[in-house]
Ligand binder design. Sequence first.
Ligand code: ZN
Length: 98
Amino acid sequence: MSRRKIERLCIVCRKKKNKEELMRVVRTPEGLVRVDPLKKLPGRGAYICNNIECINKLKRENSLNHALRTKVNREELSEIKKELENLLGRGDVKGESL
Ligand SMILES: [Zn+2]
């Protein structure tokens, strides 16, 4: 069992992927929803694919509320989306360094 790859479901497209192909969003014990780049914060987590399509759909479908059993308002959601986009950019897009 311990040798198996850790797979998680993307909350947007519902595909099973390896943890490295997903980004984690967590609802902390304090009730804050935030992006968890290192995937190790405590709390209820939700996973989203490392791709812009899933991030964009996240905004529309609000699967995050469902997955995290919480209510993220529009502002929080766009913050989260922005952070996910940043994270995505750091991963596989070679942008100009500031
Ligand atoms: Zn996905």
